[in-house]
Design a protein around this ligand. Structure first.
Ligand code: PXG
Length: 453
């Protein structure tokens, strides 16, 4: 046994004996032992056994500028030496948070010039829940409290985040959702569209919003929250008819629209925000992940001026976190935004790398196991099916997990959401690295197909 292996075993024992891993079957993990990731550069990871892995998921959808950017480490180090911590409570502030708020406002949609900082996307959505309810109370409409989310939407793991989300597996644990949150159908044509055409289904799914507003009563609805493209739910790109119809419905009713941009924000669609891509007009936008490229935890809520005005004229908003706008995180966020802007990362995605990724990914549609390939920007999904024509799945085989295991063994990180394989590589992935990603993906599809015969 090499030194490395004994080191890996030692870490795996620490995992087994002391670590409760998030979103994991901890018992199963203890038997198998986690893969230990020890270093990273660009779009590649290395594990403790020296294996090089192409990270098709940018960590957890967050490492926009790629791994190993010294500039981000340097600003963090400098900020730690100068002012490692101070808070934004009780009428104090510090330069990094203020400069980051300004830098975010500069790239945010017009009329969205205010930022509330949090430590994560989940805390961002907890902030959203309290802010929209407080907003309506200040407007003299205290009954407007109900928030409409979507089945299979993901908005985080805190109580409000998981309640706003529509993941049944999460609702089953801990008595969620909390009162005052309701859910409508998701615009997932491939999985749920039945005999409708994608556009018919998109309109149907959008109409569920209007139906729910009328059922709850406009006077009781505070907001609708949605990801422009559902990420954790399986890279669900709505049919073209969906967002225009939702936009029409939102314009008819006096409710707030919250775009959860935690995944779509900061360039993933080839625009700064997913709502820019779809031409939506959100009142609040939750952000995290790409804001700091995941180098340090940070999230926030970008707030439309009209909403911010009501909140700021309403006296104390009794809400905030110790790490709201943390100076080191803010310094990293600022530098990350500088990199995105000055290196024209999003323009590159828009003009060059995303079109290429999408073209190459779609070549996989001819594979016998593949029912659909869809994608947008630096997001992609591959639906694994038994029957391409009817979109029928293999029953009880766990095809997604089989495929994920082959990816794991062949140096590619691709996530499985049920039998949907998903990718969201770093935004800086090159054309050659895209070729490698697609070739590896095809190989893993072949191996999965062989395993099923
Ligand atoms: N909103 C969206 C749209 C997200 O994707 C959150 C909120 C919560 O952010 P924090 O920073 O609190 O995790 C997320 C997070 C997965 C996976 O399995 C996705 C997320 C987190 C963990 C796992 O794809 N997204």
């Amino acid at each position: 046994m090499t030194d490395k292996s004994s080191q890996t075993l030692a870490w795996q024992a620490m995992s087994r004996d002391h670590h409760l891993a998030p979103f994991s079957d901890v018992k199963q993990l203890a038997e198998k032992g986690p893969r230990i990731i020890t270093s990273a550069k660009g779009v590649y990871l290395w594990d403790s056994e020296g294996n090089k892995i192409l990270d098709g998921m940018a960590g957890l959808w967050c490492v926009a500028v790629g791994y190993g950017r010294d500039e981000l480490a340097e600003v963090a180090s400098k900020q730690m030496k100068e002012l490692p911590y101070y808070n934004l409570f009780f009428q104090t502030a510090h330069p990094p948070a203020l400069e980051l708020a300004k830098a975010i406002a500069d790239v945010a949609p017009q009329g969205m010039n205010h930022v509330f900082f949090t430590g994560s996307g989940s805390e961002g959505n907890d902030t959203v829940l309290r802010m929209v309810r407080h907003y309506w109370a200040l407007k003299g409409k205290p009954h407007k409290q109900t928030i409409i989310g979507r089945i299979n939407g993901y908005h985080g793991s805190t109580v409000a985040g998981a309640s706003l989300g529509g993941m049944s597996g999460m609702h089953e644990q801990g008595g969620l959702p909390i009162p005052g949150i309701v859910h409508i159908a998701q615009p997932y044509w491939f999985g749920e569209g039945g005999d409708m055409s994608p556009d018919e289904f998109g309109v149907w799914a959008a109409e569920q919003l209007e139906k729910k507003i009328l059922e709850v009563g406009e006077d009781n609805v505070a907001a609708f929250i949605a990801e422009p493209i559902q990420g954790a739910g399986g890279v669900i790109i709505p049919p073209d008819s969906y967002w225009p119809k939702v936009k029409e419905i939102l314009a008819k009713y006096d409710i707030l629209f919250v775009a959860d941009e935690v995944i779509c924000g900061f360039g993933r669609t080839g625009e700064w925000f997913g709502t820019d891509y779809y031409g939506l007009k959100p009142d609040l936008m939750t952000i995290a992940k790409g804001l700091t490229s995941g180098y340090i935890p940070m999230g926030g809520v970008i707030v439309r001026d009209s909403v911010a005005k009501v909140i700021s004229e309403g006296g104390d908003f009794n809400h905030g976190f110790t790490y709201s706008g943390h100076p080191v995180a803010a310094a990293v966020g600022l530098e990350n935004l500088r990199i995105l802007r000055e290196e024209k990362v999003i323009e590159q995605v828009h003009e060059k790398t995303a079109p290429y990724l999408q073209q190459r990914l779609r070549e996989l549609a001819d594979h016998p196991l593949v029912g659909e390939v869809r994608g947008l920007g630096m997001l992609g999904a591959i639906e694994l099916v038994q029957d391409k024509a009817t979109r029928a799945r293999y029953q009880g085989k766990g095809v997604g997990m089989i495929c994920r295991q082959h990816c794991f063994d062949n140096g590619l990180i691709m996530r499985a959401v049920g039998d949907t394989m998903i990718i969201a590589p770093p935004l800086v992935i090159s054309l050659e690295e895209i070729d490698e990603l697609v070739e590896k993906a095809r190989k893993c599809l072949d191996l999965t197909y062989q395993a099923l015969q």
